[in-house]
Design a protein around this ligand. Structure first.
Ligand code: ZN
Length: 396
């Protein structure tokens, strides 16, 4: 089994890597990522909120915001303003894998970082970039889940369904969630956008789940597809330079931004390096590659997912200098979120969770901690800003 696993993994990574050029990825880029990781771990618990370490996800119930329900979910026990999660996904299946049944309710959701599935649960530190909490075993399991979602279907992906997400939203008091597909240009893959749009329609969940679209910059049909998706009611577009293997400043990507400008759709990028992706993917996510599009299309609204991830230092000036740039907070730790509030301002920040990597409550806990004495910022970050962004833009 293990050798088959390794064979699949290797053959897929080779296939992905073979058509890659490293671009301008430098020794300095490599060093900056390493420095970010070590600085962050050295400073964990020494910021304005002190140490925030929990025993797994259920440990978050020691905060005044949550209790663990009989359903095993974290239930929010405080009043919240309207909450919109700007970054969630449903179960992935690409290439040869059978489609995930998005309508199925299962007993529990297997998160891609499944802290509470092990005994003892993994330590959860809210003062570091969230993937620093992954154990080695989880990394192995994640890469296996990713590979198997392409080839044979993954067991965890089968739990990343609409009823599971809705139940968790209900418990956490999250009113709406933007559902982000990612278009992968592998043969035989189903249309990731239509899976999302049709799934939400079928579930009758339009009030709660906001469909986004995704197209591939190398797809000659991308403009027509975007028009078709807009017609089906998508409210924005998700692009993932690392997974889709394109540079955000290449021509095919600029054409997408132009079309989104015409259609009035905001774009959310995966932006920056997370530090756990395969090395060959990292050149695609460097923040300097996002500048050209942001400058060239000032009427297009760009959201940098994960606030630039571990390249957050390069994302901050972009959000400060450009009226058309917002930062989505999923994965960042509390000290960094407080820093963003200070440097970028509450109006530019968006609550996002990256469900089903983690429960909705993880990102929620962090925003609540940082905005404890600032109800105005809390309302803007949790939902107010997202509501503005999701309004069809008047430009065109
Ligand atoms: Zn994501």
């Amino acid at each position: 089994m293990l050798s088959r696993r390794h064979f699949l993994e290797l053959s897929l990574l080779t296939a992905l890597a073979s058509c890659t050029s490293p671009g301008d990825y430098s020794g300095d880029d490599v060093e900056r990522l390493e420095r970010q990781k070590s600085d962050e771990s050295a400073h964990s618990g020494k910021g304005p909120f002190g140490p925030l370490r929990f025993r797994g996800y259920h440990g978050l119930a020691t905060l005044p915001y949550f209790r663990v329900g009989e359903d095993g979910l974290l239930h929010t026990v405080v009043d919240l303003p309207a909450v919109i999660d700007f970054h969630a996904h449903l179960g992935w299946s690409y290439f040869l894998a059978p489609t995930v049944d998005l309508q199925r309710r299962t007993a529990r959701t297997e998160y891609l970082m499944d802290c509470d599935a092990q005994d003892p649960p993994c330590g959860l530190d809210l003062d570091v970039y969230v993937n620093a909490n992954f154990t080695d075993g989880m990394h192995r399991s994640l890469s296996w889940q990713t590979i198997s979602s392409l080839w044979i279907g993954s067991r965890s992906a089968a739990t990343h369904t609409i009823p599971n997400l809705l139940a968790e939203m209900q418990a956490a008091k999250v009113g709406q969630a933007a559902i982000l597909p990612i278009a992968i240009n592998l043969p035989l893959s189903a249309d990731a956008t239509l899976q999302v749009v049709d799934g939400i329609d079928k579930a009758g969940a339009k009030e709660r789940l906001i469909p986004f679209a995704s197209v591939h910059p190398h797809d000659p049909n991308k403009r027509a597809l975007l028009q078709q998706y807009a017609h089906r009611g998508v409210r924005g577009v998700k692009l993932h330079p690392e997974m889709q293997r394109f540079f955000p400043d290449e021509n095919g990507a600029l054409e997408i931004y132009e079309e989104c400008g015409r259609l009035g759709l905001p774009i959310i990028f995966h932006a920056g390096r997370t530090g756990i992706e395969p090395e060959f993917m990292r050149p695609y996510a460097l923040l300097r590659r996002y500048v050209a599009g942001i400058r060239q299309f000032p009427a297009v609204r760009f959201v940098l997912g994960h606030a630039g991830a571990r390249d957050i230092e390069d994302a901050i000036p972009l959000a400060r200098e450009h009226d058309n740039v917002w930062l989505e907070l999923s994965s960042q730790g509390v000290t960094r979120i407080a820093d963003l509030l200070d440097k970028v301002g509450a109006r530019k920040l968006l609550y996002g969770t990256d469900w089903p990597f983690y429960p909705l409550a993880v990102a929620l806990a962090k925003v609540l901690i940082v905005t404890e004495n600032n109800p105005e910022a809390r309302a803007a970050i949790l939902g107010g800003n997202a509501l503005e962004l999701l309004k069809p833009s008047t430009s065109s």
